[in-house]
Design a protein around this ligand. Sequence first.
Ligand SMILES: [Zn+2]
Length: 276
Amino acid sequence: MMLSSLLLAAFLEASAQSAVAHPETLIAPAVTPAPASSTEAVTMPKLSYMVFRINAPAIALTFDDGPHVKNTPRLLDMLKERGIKATFFLIGKNVVEHPEIVRRIVAEGHEVANHTWDHKGLRTMSFDAITVELQKTHDAIVTACGVAPTLYRPPFGAITTKQKTLVMEKFHYPAILWEVDPRDWQSPRTVAKVHDTILKDTHAGSIILCHDIHEPTIDAMPTTLDELKAKGFQFKTITEMIKLEIDEVVATKAAVTPPPAPTPPVTPVATPTVKP
Ligand SMILES: [Zn+2]
């Protein structure tokens, strides 16, 4: 019994790992249509994001699949030293194993987000099953650190538009995908690959996908972060980026929308005389 559950766990881990090896094949077309033209529509988060359409030189660094007992604390030291904030897409079962690391992530000003309970692909699941994956993780994060996540990333980026809509309705979570992928999930995992891809592909508004479960990814961070900073990029959490994009859209609309025509003077209505 004990052995069979261990074998099952090992099998599940192996299938999760092998699935991790090909996320690009599963990425859903994630371009969200532009919101309706009213100001109210642009002040709401979109259904999903791959990149932020902004002018400010801001970027979002994201780390998936942790917390990891060794690599996440090492990464947190590097981020702290440089005053950089990131977003961590946490696996629920790892949150339960390392709640103290989740608390440290939050205490140091980073954002915590939902990356499902055990990293299964969501596309073939019923919405009830997806709800269980997300709700268990949401609750585990709240229990660990007292902060309720407001975002999720579907494992492998795999999710249908219909599922994204249902998740938005139930959890009010936008789906956060990515644009810059250093493929640190794929062998060979090298420092050079992570560093070179991120430096080459990152631009204003980029969402960068990394995994803080892999040692070479963390090894690549000091030079990668220093060079991104030297290029003038500012690091923001995903929630800060969503707000920045909305603020820029609202400011642009205000700049192009002519002021309303002056209201004609209101003719005073004769006050009825009340007879005693
Ligand atoms: Zn993942």
